[in-house]
Write a protein that binds this ligand. Structure first.
Ligand code: NI
Ligand code: MN
Length: 235
């Protein structure tokens, strides 16, 4: 499957022929200024929690594409109040079969409030199981023992983990998370966007390598082939 990075925590994954966009924060992200948000095809919009750096472009994308929103109950309800009534609400531990595959909403240790101060429910991550690929999008989270449950649910082909530190786990804890989830191919997110979360790319990759794992830090706008095979393009 194809995976494209749009900066910060935003990825587009093509699963079962559908385009799944995660946590769009593009037009406000200086590092993603070359991305044309208007041209991103979206069938499903998945939001991990309510913070601005994860939902900034959500409303415009829902309006433009008519995509179905998948998020926690509180966030789906909030967008419902804005006229987007086609959302699919979930809560922790729950799974649902969509036409592209199965989504399970998993725990994240973080916080969640919507931009206008509305309670944003509890933050989460997503386990995605398509026909050809299974992956974990962790959302914003600390390292948590709950991650040890994931290998009992699914064998991951790859995982997308935050590692910028300060607001989420940093690199050392992300290496441990990769061990907890028993996954050797990790794609990093939630780093470099603002001052508190800048990381040393080579040092981060070395730490994963020392643990027998591979860390991929994608360029913004870059598309890679991932799935049952290895991540094809290591930059
Ligand atoms: Ni957050
Ligand atoms: Mn965040």
């Amino acid at each position: 499957m194809k995976l494209t990075y749009y900066g910060h925590a935003c990825f587009l994954a093509n699963v079962g022929g559908k385009n799944l966009l995660f946590d769009p924060y593009i037009t406000l992200n200086e590092l993603a200024k070359n991305v044309d948000t208007e041209s991103i095809p979206v069938d499903y919009l998945l939001l991990s929690h309510g913070h601005e750096d994860h939902i900034a472009d959500a409303e415009a994308i829902l309006k433009r594409t008519g995509a179905k929103l998948i998020s926690n109950y509180e966030i789906v309800t909030w967008f419902g109040g804005k006229g987007f009534e086609d959302g699919h609400p979930m809560n922790h531990g729950g799974a649902w079969n969509f036409d592209f595959g199965k989504v399970k909403y998993l725990n994240a240790v973080h916080s969640s409030v919507l931009p206008d101060g509305t309670y944003g429910g509890n933050p989460g991550g997503f386990l995605i199981q398509g026909v050809d690929e299974t992956f974990y999008y962790a959302g914003d989270t600390a390292l948590t023992m709950d991650m040890k449950l994931i290998p009992d649910m699914a064998k991951l082909n790859f995982a997308i983990l935050p590692l910028g530190d300060n607001f989420t786990m940093g690199v050392d804890d992300a290496v441990k998370a990769a061990e907890f989830i028993q996954c050797d191919k990790i794609i990093g997110m939630h780093y470099d966007t603002f001052g508190f979360i800048e990381i040393d790319h080579n040092e981060a990759k070395d730490k994963f390598k020392q643990a027998g794992k591979e860390l991929f830090l994608m360029n913004i706008g870059e598309t890679v082939e991932v799935g049952s095979e290895a991540v094809a393009n290591n930059n």
